[in-house]
Design a protein around this ligand. Structure first.
Ligand code: HAS
Length: 542
């Protein structure tokens, strides 16, 4: 890795964690809200509940995830292809992400963009907010361009060879995101930004929501797949095992690229969306859960191979023999375990009649803190425990704290999610400042809210411990003589040089298939809803 590549990748990783650090303070306050404790105005600059919730969502769901994916998957692509990514593109992408964060962040902290991370019109934010979000998305596209450029160069020198698996999964993640981000990006650039500048007479809330959720479901896989890259490519080796099958891993990533049009499942209760769309995405959503089931099989098998190699016996004895004292492993295996109920609650959300019960309740944040808040965030904690030493050449310090940190966070998330999920089933509303409004709680809400507050506090402590370890590693970690190579895995069934598997590497086929499916699901809607009906006045003008 060239010094310039290494530098920009490190900056991405650190910037992402800095965004997470700011965001989790807001998250802590949001968790306490459900326990009836109002600290909304306690944090500097925060005046309302919705300001804090917007800051929490934007910093943790967008900036943290974009920065980590940009850095992490640039590294895996560069190493797998044996060539650096274009450093100027990495630098440009980083600068745009920082500028995007500043542009989006300032209006949030000034109370001029309390529109939450879903920014539904007719709620209207300051134009700088929409501009900042656009810059952040463009920064991800630049990384994708850098990856594809490196792949094109690699292909010239490796005619007829299979794309190395580590590069394949990293590049497919970004291809999936390129296709998926088009909805919210066009909403932002063509509808909301000009509207916020008074260049358009009004907004079209229905069309905007549809464009947002077209991206809004797939963004969850842009958050998740970098963790899958680590689970597929690094965890098997770290636990002493091997990945089962190269092709099975490729097939899982292809499914994420093809099954893009599922966003309408966020709109089952939306009266403006017809039944055709709701039924179509119901089946497609069950389809897109399937590659995660493939992943569960592949990774569990790799863990079992490792556990047995370490002397584990019996049906589950191998599980205890995993290298639990290595925080890079324990954080990620705990992330996987949290993802089991995270996935189950996702499938419950996707089931139409169940969704009617839980939509807009705390069940939904319960689900996404088990997925984004655990599967993804805990995985990044685990990755950081070896990646920061690798990138900086400094040995990890405070190792005892690092060993306990994933467990503290994991315990927190279990209690938090138990509160949110049970409260949600009992109708406890999400996005509501329960601590300050006058309401009569339904039976069960008090216990659910208290568990949410307690779990959220423990999660927050888990985050603080992580930041302590990383901060002191950067400041005081002993310089190592060599950092070695990335610890990536071997596969039992490797990439066959010929046969049917070759089709898996024809990336353009899968992109084409994805666009056909998108046209079938979204085409009829767009044909009947374009041009936009810009008749809705802003709810909150500037
Ligand atoms: Fe979701 C809402 C459906 C996955 C995030 N989701 C959200 C929102 C977010 C989010 C942020 O259908 C709220 C948006 C908002 O603000 O309104 N989601 C799904 C489905 C899946 C799913 C079907 N979601 C995710 C992931 C996320 C995420 C991943 C973030 C990273 N979600 C929905 C729906 C809604 C929704 C509706 C709308 C709800 C509403 O009404 O508002 C699936 O992809 C999940 C598949 C996952 C699995 C689990 C596989 C397990 C694995 C671990 C293996 C374990 C091992 C270790 C190896 C099937 C891979 C085990 C060892 C042992 C010894 C046991």
């Amino acid at each position: 890795l060239s010094p310039a590549n290494r530098r920009w990748i490190l900056w991405f990783i650190l910037f992402g964690f800095a965004a997470l650090a700011f965001g989790v303070f807001q998250g802590f306050v949001q968790g306490l809200n459900y326990a009836g404790i109002s600290l909304f105005t306690f944090l500097p600059g925060m005046k309302t509940y919705y300001e804090g919730l917007t800051a929490h969502g934007v910093l943790n769901a967008f900036i943290f995830t974009f920065a980590e994916a940009n850095g992490w998957l640039s590294l895996t692509t560069a190493r797998a292809l044996g060539r650096n990514l274009n450093s100027k593109l990495l630098a440009l992408s980083f600068v745009l992400l920082v500028l995007g964060t500043v542009f989006a962040g300032i209006p949030i902290f000034l109370g001029k963009a309390s529109v939450l991370y879903t920014f539904y019109p007719p709620l209207r934010a300051h134009w700088a907010f929409y501009f900042g979000i656009a810059l952040a998305v463009v920064s991800t596209w630049i990384i994708s361009a850098a990856q594809l450029w490196a792949l094109a160069e690699w292909r010239k020198e490796h005619k007829g060879e299979r794309i190395p698996l580590m590069a394949y999964v990293s590049i497919m993640t970004y291809i999936m995101w390129d296709i998926s981000s088009l909805g919210a990006a066009s909403e932002d650039l063509f509808l909301l930004l000009p509207w916020s500048l008074n260049l358009l007479p009004g907004s079209d809330p229905l069309l905007s929501r549809v464009l947002f959720w077209y991206t809004g479901h797939q963004i969850v896989y842009y958050w998740l797949l970098p963790a899958y890259v680590s689970w597929y490519i690094f965890i098997p080796r770290m636990v002493g095992g091997k990945l089962f099958s190269d092709s099975l891993a490729r097939i899982a990533f292809i499914m994420f690229v093809v099954l893009v049009p599922v966003g309408f499942h966020h709109q089952y209760t939306d009266p403006g969306v017809g039944n055709y769309y709701k039924i179509a995405v119901l089946f497609l959503t069950f389809g897109i859960a399937f590659p995660s089931l493939l992943t569960a099989f592949s990774i569990m098998y790799a863990l079992e191979i490792g556990g047995r190699a370490n002397g584990g016996k019996g049906i589950l004895g191998w599980f205890l023999k995993l290298p639990w004292t290595n925080p890079a492993v324990s954080a990620q295996v705990l992330a996987m375990i949290a993802f089991l109920p995270g996935g189950i609650t996702g499938i419950m959300n996707a089931s139409y009649n169940m969704n009617l019960l839980v939509h807009n309740t705390t069940f939904v944040p319960g689900h996404f803190h088990l997925t984004l808040g655990s599967a993804v965030t805990l995985s990044y904690f685990g990755i950081a425990y070896w990646l920061i030493p690798y990138l900086t050449g400094r040995k990890l310090v405070l190792e005892k704290i690092a060993k306990w940190q994933p467990w503290v966070y994991f315990l927190g998330i279990l209690i938090f999610a138990r509160g949110e999920i049970s409260g949600g089933i009992l109708g406890m509303p999400r996005r509501t400042a329960l601590a300050i409004i006058n309401y009569e709680p339904l039976p069960g809400w008090k216990l659910a809210g208290a568990l949410t507050g307690i779990g959220g506090t423990i999660m927050f402590i888990g985050c603080v411990l992580f930041f302590l370890v990383i901060f002191f590693t950067l400041m005081q970690g002993k310089k190592m003589e060599s950092t070695g190579d990335l610890p990536f895995t071997e596969t039992y069934l490797g990439a066959a040089p010929s046969g049917w598997q070759l089709i898996l590497d024809k990336l353009s086929y899968w992109v084409l298939l994805s666009f056909i499916l998108i046209a079938l699901v979204y085409g009829p809607f767009l044909l009947t809803h374009l041009p936009p009906k810009l008749t809705s006045p802003p709810f909150q003008g500037f």
